[in-house]
Design a protein around this ligand. Structure first.
Ligand SMILES: [Zn+2]
Length: 466
C-alpha cells in the first residue's frame, strides 16, 4: 500500500467552523499526521489537493444492494461503485431485499458468499426481523447475528412476501432484545392499519370515478398521519428502550419530532428534502418510494430538524429498479425506490452546506459522523484525525455536477434527481488510503466507469466496534 501525502487541501476537521488548509499524511491506509505544511518523506506519493475541500468519506447508512436474489435491480459492485462516485466510502446494507433475507446467521453467511469479492468501498450489514421468523429471531437468531451486524431492521408495514411486518407485540419484544444485545432496532414507520385501509379506499376512488389511479391516490394512501401513528406506537412500545430505536427514512417532520422527543434517533433522505407530492405530476414513478414524499412545506421543516440535530443523519435508501419494474402502467405496481447513494453527498453539500442550511459541524455529522457513532463504526471511520482510516473525499467547490441517471454507475438509472444541477463536484474518493474513484480518469476516458480504480473486493466488511 502506498504512503501518501495529501497536500494543499482545505480539510474539514472535527470541531472547526470552516475547512482549514492542512496537509494529511497517510501510512498503511490510516491517517498518521496533520499539519499545515508537511514535508514529503522518502517514498511518499504526493496527492495534490490544491483548491479542493477534503471531507471524511461519507457514510450511506441505508442501501438496498439486493444481493443475492434481486441482482437485476442492484448488486454490490454497481452499488458500491455508485457510492464511491458520490463520495461515499462506507455503506450499510439492508437485510430485507435479498433472497433469502438476512434473518439468521446461516442466511448471512449465504449472503456473504453470494456477494463474493465485489465491493469497492467498505460495508456493514443489518440483520432483519421478519414476521415470518420472529420467534426464532428472539430465541436465537438475533443473538447469533449480533456480532456480525450493526443493527436490526423491521417494518410496521411491508409489501414483501419474503420479509413481512412485525405486529406491535412482537415489535415490543424485539426492541427489548435489540437493546439487550447492544444494537439499534431500525423501523420502517408507517401504520399498517391506516395504509391498508387507505390503499383499498383509494383504489375504489379511482374505479368509481372511472379513471386510472393517480399519484394523488398513491400519496393519499400513505400520508403524514401514517408515519406519525407508527412512530407514536413505536415510542410507546419501546418505552425504556427508546434510545435503541431508530426511525428510518422519515418524510414527515412531526414524526421525526416524536422520535426525537422520546430519545430515539431518526434519519431522512435527500428526496424528502428536495421534493413534495406535487412533484409526482412531473416526475412520476421516478419519485415513487415508501413512505412517499409529503406535502409542500414538509421539506423545509425537515431541513430545520436536520440542522438542529433532531434528525440525526441522512441516508439514501438506495433502491434502484429497471425500467420495466419502475414503469408498469399503474401507480400501485410501479417499483418504489430510488438509486440514491451517488447523489446523497453531492445533494447535501450543494443544498445543505453551500446554501448555509447546515453549518460545517452539522454537515459532517449528517453525512458521516452521526451514523458512524450510531452503528459502532466511529473508532476508525468518519473523522479526519490521526489514527483513523484514511477515508477521504475531495470536493471541488468551484465545480458543478449535473445529475444524469445513466451515469450513476448503479444498475438503476431512473432517478428524480435527473437533470438537477448541484454546486461542487466529487473529484476523488479514498478508502483506507486507496483511490477508489477518480473523476479525472473518468473524464479522460469519456465514460464514468473508467473512474473506478479499485479492484472489486477491495471493500471489506465492518463490524460493530470497528
Ligand atoms: Zn430502505
Amino acid at each position: 500500500m502506498k504512503n501518501l501525502l495529501v497536500k494543499g487541501g482545505l480539510a474539514a476537521l472535527p470541531g472547526e467552523t470552516e475547512p482549514r488548509l492542512m496537509d494529511i499524511r497517510i501510512k498503511g491506509g490510516s491517517i498518521k499526521e496533520l499539519a499545515p505544511m508537511l514535508r514529503p518523506e522518502e517514498g511518499e506519493e504526493i496527492l495534490d489537493a490544491a483548491g479542493m475541500e477534503v471531507f471524511p468519506g461519507a457514510i450511506d447508512p441505508h442501501v438496498h444492494f439486493d444481493e443475492p436474489g434481486f441482482t437485476h435491480r442492484e448488486d454490490f459492485f454497481h452499488g458500491t461503485s455508485a457510492a464511491a462516485r458520490g463520495g461515499v466510502s462506507t455503506v450499510i446494507d439492508m437485510p430485507c431485499t435479498s433472497l433469502p433475507p438476512v434473518t439468521s446467521r446461516a442466511r448471512l453467511d449465504k449472503k456473504l458468499s453470494a456477494m463474493g469479492r465485489q465491493a469497492v468501498v467498505d460495508y456493514a450489514l443489518f440483520g432483519g426481523l421478519s414476521g415470518l421468523s420472529i420467534d426464532e429471531a428472539l430465541a436465537m437468531d438475533m443473538e447469533e447475528l449480533a456480532p456480525e451486524v450493526v443493527g436490526f431492521k423491521c417494518y410496521f408495514v411491508s409489501a414483501m412476501d419474503t420479509f413481512t411486518a412485525l405486529n406491535h407485540y412482537d415489535f415490543k419484544r424485539a426492541v427489548k432484545r435489540a437493546a439487550e444485545l447492544g444494537r439499534p432496532l431500525l423501523l420502517h414507520a408507517e401504520d399498517a392499519s391506516y395504509v391498508k385501509a387507505a390503499e383499498k379506499a383509494m383504489k375504489a376512488r379511482s374505479l368509481e370515478a372511472g379513471r386510472a389511479a393517480s399519484w394523488d391516490d398513491y400519496a393519499d394512501s400513505r400520508p403524514e398521519d401514517a408515519e406519525k401513528l407508527a412512530v407514536m406506537a413505536a415510542v410507546i412500545l419501546a418505552g425504556p428502550y427508546a434510545d435503541s430505536l431508530h426511525i428510518v427514512h422519515a418524510g414527515t417532520s412531526e414524526a421525526a419530532k416524536l422520535a426525537a422527543a422520546a430519545g430515539a434517533s431518526c434519519e431522512t433522505c435527500p428526496h424528502y428534502l428536495a421534493f413534495s407530492r406535487d412533484d409526482f405530476a412531473q416526475k412520476g414513478s421516478a419519485l415513487k418510494t415508501a413512505p412517499p414524499v409529503k406535502s409542500r412545506g414538509e421539506a423545509d421543516k425537515l431541513w430545520t430538524l436536520l440542522a438542529d440535530g433532531s434528525i440525526s443523519f441522512a441516508a439514501s435508501d438506495h433502491a434502484p429498479a429497471p425500467e420495466q419494474e419502475k414503469h408498469t402502467g399503474s401507480v400501485w405496481s410501479d417499483y418504489g425506490g430510488i438509486p440514491g447513494t451517488g447523489t446523497l453527498f453531492p445533494y447535501l453539500y450543494s443544498e445543505g452546506y453551500k446554501k448555509g442550511r447546515l453549518d460545517l459541524a452539522t454537515f459532517l455529522s449528517v453525512t458521516s459522523g452521526a451514523a458512524a457513532k450510531r452503528y459502532g463504526l466511529s473508532g476508525r471511520k468518519a473523522a479526519i484525525k490521526p489514527g483513523m482510516d484514511a477515508d477521504l473525499m475531495f470536493m471541488d467547490p468551484a465545480g458543478s455536477y449535473t445529475v444524469k441517471g445513466g451515469e450513476l454507475l448503479s444498475k438503476g438509472n431512473i432517478t428524480p434527481f435527473n437533470g438537477m444541477e448541484l454546486k461542487g463536484s466529487v473529484r476523488l474518493t479514498l478508502v483506507r488510503g486507496a483511490t477508489i474513484w477518480d473523476a479525472e480518469e473518468a473524464r479522460k476516458a469519456g465514460r464514468a466507469e473508467a473512474g473506478i480504480l479499485a479492484n472489486p473486493g477491495y471493500g471489506k466488511q465492518l463490524k460493530w466496534g470497528y
